[in-house]
Design a protein around this ligand. Structure first.
Ligand code: SF4
Length: 464
């Protein structure tokens, strides 16, 4: 029995009577990921991902074992105030992905469905609710979320906050105004929207400080914003280099980039991860350019008319929209190289990791609330689907993508709604796009065989 199956077996055995034991077992299991991260050598892509993934694991352990120091929040909430106050982020997408990769999604999603959470509800949030109902998810100090993009968190966080025994959790909600039309920098209306969100964020920060009974240092908050800005700047620079290079990317690595630019943005570890990726991209650019020059200089290679890499064949480059199923081995086998097999395609980017790169010149860390408000209001995740798709198309083109995939995660209305518009837009720009139905957590909503067949057929067209 491998260690993951063994851990899942122990945790399941502790349900439903010993939820605290189940929680401690999960935390103990994730310590191995945290330790692997500490020992990782960041001079390779896999090592850089392991290192940051270890930090994510440690964040999850801290949230599970010291919940009184944690705030439950959603993926879009700016977390710089938490880090300035020495608090921990507890986020469903992270916890649910970890629990899924420990093969424990099913008991929790079923626990949530048993009390009436619809089957069609987003499984990241459903699983978190199931963990709460099973008593495995501890009670955080408070909840903070935004109204931005994700509709699932509006219901799940309300349910989490309202306890049947009356021990309700304090909840702070940032109302992010939907920006329908393109508003230009300096527009009065745009500035008023930013100003309104900035005031809400200031109030939320005061709430968090009060909840922890800690004094907020303005200097520490500005420092966290500087760290966030540099992280997103590095991510933007990384994207600009992608066209030129090939990297052994993984689904987990792409998720790590997404988390580094969202929930963990503002931590030194996220900044270091972005620096490692940038260094790796620069090194790959140098190395692969010189390889190409050598190949182009070779008469024999020229005769064969190819600029090839690794296994002698250029892999199709795929740009990914939305979350990734890093629990699903059959999908990982297509995009990831292992000791035994070669990847059939390379993921060259994920749109969620780049949703804040277009307005960096407007971000001023010395005005932290304005800084965080702009990240929310101006990000490509806010507003109509066409805004996100337009940004994603520009990113895919910048990354030199041959094709794109919209991962239509079960229960995510956002993605379901934009899929067909994205397909039309990308294909009009000459980039074929596959809408891939699946689930980031719940294996019941993902058909391995069908997904692999569709992916292979899609990728095959780029090899012809
Ligand atoms: S997948 Fe969609 S519904 Fe689920 S957490 Fe993400 S944005 Fe929200």
């Amino acid at each position: 029995m491998d260690s993951v199956v063994f851990l899942a077996h122990l945790v399941e055995g502790s349900l439903p009577n010993h939820p605290l034991r189940a929680r401690k077992l999960l935390a103990a299991g994730y310590k191995t990921v945290a330790l692997k991260g500490k020992l990782a050598k960041t001079s390779s892509y896999a090592g850089a991902v392991d290192s940051f993934n270890g930090f994510i694991a440690q964040t999850i352990i801290d949230a599970l074992m010291r919940p009184q120091n944690a705030v439950m929040l959603n993926i879009y909430l700016p977390c710089e105030p938490l880090y300035a106050l020495g608090a921990t982020a507890m986020f469903p997408e992270g916890i649910s992905v970890y629990v899924t990769c420990t093969q424990l999604s099913l008991p929790f999603v079923q626990a949530a469905e048993a009390v009436g959470i619809p089957e069609s509800f987003c499984s990241y949030h459903k699983q978190m609710l199931g963990m709460d109902m099973a008593g495995v998810l501890p009670k955080p100090a408070m909840i903070a979320n935004t109204t931005l993009a994700c509709d699932a968190n509006q219901l799940s966080f309300r349910l989490l906050a309202e306890k049947p025994d009356g021990s309700n959790l304090y909840r702070s909600v940032i109302e992010v105004p939907y920006v329908g039309a393109e508003l230009k920098p300096g527009d009065e209306e745009r500035e008023a929207l930013v100003c309104d969100v900035a005031s809400q964020l200031e109030k939320m920060t005061e709430d968090i400080a009060r909840m922890f009974d800690r004094e907020l240092s303005e200097e520490a908050l500005c420092k966290r914003c500087e760290v966030s800005l540099q992280t997103v700047k590095n991510t933007k620079e990384f994207l600009a280099l992608r066209k030129d290079i090939s990297l052994p990317t993984t689904l987990t690595g792409e998720l790590c980039q997404l988390i580094a630019t969202h929930n963990l943005c503002g931590t030194d570890e996220a900044l270091e991860f972005s620096e490692h990726l940038l260094e790796l991209a620069k090194a790959a650019q140098k190395e692969q350019r010189s390889e190409r020059e050598q190949e182009q200089g070779s008469a024999h290679e020229k005769a064969q008319g190819a600029v090839h890499e690794q296994a002698g064949k250029k892999k199709p480059r795929i740009f990914w929209l939305h979350t990734l199923p890093n629990w699903q081995q059959s999908v990982m086998d297509i995009f990831e190289t292992t000791e035994a097999t070669l990847a059939k395609a390379e993921i060259v980017g994920n749109d969620m990791a780049y949703d804040q790169i277009d307005f960096l010149e407007e971000l001023e860390p010395s005005k932290p609330y304005d800084f965080m408000a702009r990240r929310l209001v101006l990000g490509s995740s806010n507003g109509p689907a066409t805004r996100r798709i337009k940004a994603a198309l520009a990113e895919a083109q910048e990354a030199g993508a041959d094709g794109a995939i919209v991962f239509a995660h079960w229960g995510c209305r956002q993605t379901g709604g934009l899929a067909q518009i994205a397909k039309d837009t990308f294909e009009a720009a000459g980039i074929p796009l596959l809408v891939l139905d699946g689930d980031g957590c719940d294996s019941r909503n993902a058909s391995d065989g069908q997904m692999v067949t569709r992916l292979e057929a899609f990728i095959e067209q780029f090899s012809q």
